[in-house]
Design a protein around this ligand. Structure first.
Ligand SMILES: [Cu+2]
Length: 152
């Protein structure tokens, strides 16, 4: 085998390996809507903390954290921006469709980065999900960890 062929074979093997390694990531990147998000973007709930117990009958301030993207109001199409949605006591909705708007899916379309939230006594979950100008999650979708809070 001459050196040229050996080099070509070794290159095609590494391309094949790269394709195999990339496959699972491509599958997860296929989630989300048509608006791209930076790969390193992420959302987080700055407050309250996961597992925290909060007093009933009193609104609590929830801080919306976002890294490597910016916040823009609904209807504003600008690269690497979106607006926050708070998911309460629910799982992530389909990530390639408009985020529902109901008492479990709150939209912060004015570009809010915090809210006052009052929940009934009990165990609750909250999670942030960023939406684009049309309330559709980005690609890849940008959402926080789902945290559990206790109100009593
Ligand atoms: Cu929205």
């Amino acid at each position: 085998m001459n050196q040229g062929i050996a080099r070509a074979l070794s290159r095609s093997r590494s391309i094949l390996l790269a394709a195999l390694l990339a496959a699972p990531f491509q599958a997860s990147l296929a989630e989300g809507g048509p608006t791209p998000a930076p790969a390193n973007a992420h959302a987080y709930i700055g407050y309250p903390n996961d597992g925290q117990t909060l007093p009933a009958g009193k609104p609590v301030r929830v801080w919306f954290g976002l890294r490597f993207m910016g916040v823009a109001p609904r209807g504003v199409k600008f690269p690497a921006t979106g607006h926050h949605h708070l998911l309460i006591d629910t799982d992530l909705p389909p990530l390639d469709q408009e985020i529902p708007s109901d008492r479990n899916h709150l939209h912060y379309g004015a570009g809010e980065t915090e809210t006052m939230l009052e929940l009934p006594p009990g165990k609750h979950t909250i999670q942030l999900l960023l939406g684009d100008d049309k309330h559709i999650p980005h690609n890849p979708p940008v959402y926080s960890k789902k945290i559990t809070i206790y109100v009593k």
